[in-house]
Design a binder for this molecule. Structure first.
Ligand code: SF4
Ligand code: SF4
Length: 267
């Protein structure tokens, strides 16, 4: 265990600022990476221009959000955002959706979340963190793991970015469940990347690579669109039960708890 008391506890002021502009969520380094590799050089393809990117919803989260929008009678403008064009099955496998809107469509006039108290998405729960120290983005872990948030006060200055284990302990102490959401979100990103490599090795998919962007967009437009877990069941990578249990583990932050526990001991 590490001394953690010098890192204060985060209190969200529920000002709604993080949800009032969900465009431009990605940092500069991520944007540059996506411009270089996200539109055809890697199996996972962005459908949305970088400047129109908003909060990403995993496909199993988007299903809930579509239901919430129906319940509330709003158009959340949820559309596919990222996926793999599989030339073997001529399917566009949707990994993520996004809400195509400047402000989150669920944000109410009073700045409060319209689905507060319901199960929201990792991206709703992880803010003001952008990511956790577990995700290797090829850059040192520093204050850039935080977004802009008035509730952060002096927390980013008080963290020890040079000692990863201590940092994880401090982040859990200061952010609790919010930190677990960031860790779990990063875990799912890594899981998805490994899954693509595994499916390629097993010759279960043949992603389109190195197509010109316009041609790729046309092919994706003509392909059948299928959500990731549905596709995994179709190709018998998962049974329905395995798919459900995997999603359930993601939703209960099982991997995040395990990862953090391995570093700081029982939570
Ligand atoms: S996380 Fe920060 S920006 Fe978002 S509502 Fe809370 S205090 Fe406001
Ligand atoms: S669903 Fe709620 S918490 Fe999530 S981005 Fe929208 S307003 Fe914010």
């Amino acid at each position: 265990m590490f001394p953690i008391l010098e890192a204060p506890t985060f209190h969200c002021r529920a000002c709604g600022k993080c949800c009032s502009n969900i465009q431009g969520f990605a940092g500069e380094a991520e944007k540059q990476f996506l411009l270089e590799y996200g539109y055809g050089k890697l199996p996972l393809v962005q459908l949305v221009p970088v400047e129109e990117m908003t909060f990403p919803l995993w496909e199993f989260e988007a299903k809930r959000f579509i239901d919430f929008s129906k319940e509330l009678g709003i158009d959340a403008k949820i559309r596919p955002y990222r996926g793999v064009l599989d030339l073997q099955s001529n399917a566009f496998i949707v990994f993520n959706y996004q809400m195509n809107s400047k402000a989150c469509p669920f944000l109410k006039q009073d700045g409060k979340c319209g689905i507060y108290g319901k199960e929201r998405a990792f991206v709703c729960n992880l803010f003001p963190l952008n990511r956790s120290p577990f995700l290797n983005v090829g850059a040192p872990v520093d204050k850039s793991i935080f977004g802009t948030c008035g509730g952060l006060e002096t927390i980013p200055e008080k963290l020890d970015y040079k000692n990863n284990e201590k940092l994880i302990s401090q982040l859990y102490h200061s952010f609790g469940h919010t930190f677990l959401a960031a860790v779990q979100h990063d875990f799912v990103i890594e899981w998805a990347n490994h899954l693509i490599v595994q499916l390629m090795k097993e010759k279960k998919i043949r992603p389109a690579l190195n197509y010109p962007r316009e041609f790729l967009a046309k092919r994706i437009g003509q392909a059948r669109h299928v959500d990731l877990f549905e596709f995994l069941i179709e190709i018998e990578h998962f049974t329905s039960e395995e798919a459900e249990s995997t999603i359930e583990k993601f939703r209960s932050y099982e991997h995040a708890k395990e990862r953090v526990k391995q570093v700081i001991g029982p939570l």
